[in-house]
Design a protein around this ligand. Structure first.
Ligand SMILES: Cc1ncc(COP(=O)(O)O)c(C=O)c1O
Length: 345
C-alpha cells in the first residue's frame, strides 16, 4: 500500500500509519460502553490481553505513550526526586517537560547513545543527602528511539535492574516499541518486561493502530495510575472503538514487524553502497544516516522526489519503516537518497 501524505513514501516515523480496512472493520464491530464507569468490554479485553502478554497483573488503556510514561513517573516519584534515563530518552526530550511540570522531578540522562550500563548508572546516582535530589526511578527505553531503534541487550537490563533494586530505585520500561525488540531478539514481551515494576507500550507506532498505549504493572499501581489518568483528562468513554484497533494490531501486526526490520536493513545497505553517507546496520525499524553536509537541504530535495524523512540533528537523517511502506517503496526511497547525495557532491 502506498503511504499517506498524498502518495508520498513517508518514512518520517512509524506513527504515520493509517488503519487498514480490516482494522477499521474491527473498530466498527467493537462492542462499547462507558469506560469511566468500567463498562467497556473491548477495553477490558484489551487490558487483559496486554497484562497477560507482558506477564503483569493489570493494564490500563491510555491515549498516548507520553501519558503511559508520565503515569509511571507520577506513581513512582515525589517532587524533588531524580529519575535516571538513557541519553536522548523520550521522557527527557519529547514530552514537553511533563516530568518536571507534573511530578516535580528532574531527569538525568545517563551514558551516551541511549543505552547505559550499571557502571554508568552507579556513577550518575546522587548521594543520599538532604541537599541532593532523591534518587528514585530508572527508566529504560527499549527499543531506543533517538538511539536509532537500538535494542537494549537483555543482560544489560538485568545488571541495571540489579543495581536499581540494591539502591531501592523503581524501574520503568518505556516500551513504545517493545514489540520490535521482541521480534528482533526472539525474546517474548513477557521476558523483556519481567525486570520492571511498570511498563508502557504503544499500539500506535509499528503496530499501526491509530491511537493508544497501555500502562502495565501490579493491580495496585494500575489503580493509582487510573486516578492520575483521570486527573490528566485521560478518562475516556466509549473508547472500545479504539481498543478494538489496538487488539487487532496486537493479534495481526506483531509478527510482520520483521518485514519492517528487513526493509530498514535494505535502506541502510543502499545508503552505504552509495558511498556518500554512513548508516549503521539497524537492529529494528529505525535507520540513522550520517551525512557529510547539512541534513535540511537533503530532507527538502527528497520531499521534492516524493520521499519524506526526518532531520534528526544538523547532519543526521532518521528513516523509519512501517506497515504502510513496501520493500519496493523503501528501495525507491533509498535510491532517491543516493541520487540526491550524488547531485550534492
Ligand atoms: C520511545 C517512545 N516513548 C514514548 C513515545 C510517546 O508516544 P506518544 O506519541 O503516543 O505520546 C514515543 C513516541 O514516538 C516514543 O518513541
Amino acid at each position: 500500500m502506498t503511504s499517506g501524505s498524498a502518495g508520498k513514501i513517508d518514512l518520517r516515523s512509524d506513527t504515520v500509519t493509517k488503519p487498514t480496512h480490516a482494522m477499521r472493520e474491527a473498530m466498527a464491530r467493537a462492542e462499547v460502553g462507558d469506560d469511566v464507569y468500567g463498562e467497556d468490554p473491548t477495553v477490558k479485553a484489551l487490558e487483559a490481553r496486554v497484562a497477560d502478554l507482558l506477564g503483569k497483573e493489570a493494564a490500563l488503556f491510555v491515549p498516548s505513550g507520553t501519558m503511559g510514561n508520565q503515569l509511571a513517573i507520577l506513581g513512582h516519584t515525589r517532587p524533588g526526586d531524580e529519575v535516571y534515563a538513557g541519553q536522548g530518552a523520550h521522557c527527557a526530550w519529547y514530552e514537553s517537560g511533563a516530568a518536571g511540570a507534573l511530578s516535580g522531578v528532574q531527569i538525568v540522562e545517563v551514558g551516551s547513545g541511549g543505552i547505559f550500563d550499571a557502571d554508568e548508572l552507579a556513577e550518575a546516582i546522587k548521594p543520599r543527602a538532604y541537599w541532593c535530589p532523591n534518587p528514585r526511578l530508572v527508566v529504560i527505553e527499549n527499543t531506543h528511539n533517538r538511539g536509532g531503534g537500538k535494542v537494549v541487550p537483555h543482560e544489560v537490563t538485568s545488571r541495571v535492574a540489579e543495581l536499581a533494586r540494591r539502591e531501592g530505585l523503581g524501574l520503568h520500561l518505556d516500551g513504545a516499541r517493545l514489540w520490535n525488540a521482541a521480534v528482533a531478539t526472539g525474546l517474548s514481551e513477557k521476558e523483556l518486561a519481567a525486570p520492571f515494576d511498570t511498563v508502557s507500550v504503544c499500539f500506535s507506532k509499528g503496530l499501526g493502530a491509530p491511537v493508544g498505549s497501555a500502562f502495565v504493572s501490579s493491580a495496585e499501581r494500575v489503580l493509582a495510575a487510573k486516578r492520575h489518568r483521570k486527573m490528566l483528562g485521560g478518562g475516556m468513554r466509549q473508547v472500545g472503538i479504539l481498543a478494538a484497533a489496538a487488539l487487532f494490531a496486537l493479534e495481526n501486526h506483531r509478527e510482520r514487524l520483521s518485514q519492517d526490520h528487513a526493509a530498514a536493513k535494505r535502506f541502510a545497505e543502499i545508503t552505504r553502497e552509495s558511498g556518500r553517507a554512513t548508516a549503521e546496520p539497524p537492529q529494528t525499524n529505525v535507520v540513522m544516516i550520517d551525512l557529510p553536509g547539512a541534513a535540511d537541504p537533503v530532507v527538502r530535495a527528497l520531499a521534492e522526489r516524493g520521499v519524506l524523512v526526518s532531520a534528526f540533528g544538523p547532519k543526521r537523517l532518521r528513516v523509519v519503516t512501517h506497515v504502510d511502506v513496501t520493500m519496493a517503496e523503501v528501495e525507491t526511497a533509498g535510491r532517491a537518497l543516493a541520487s540526491v547525495l550524488a547531485e550534492a557532491s
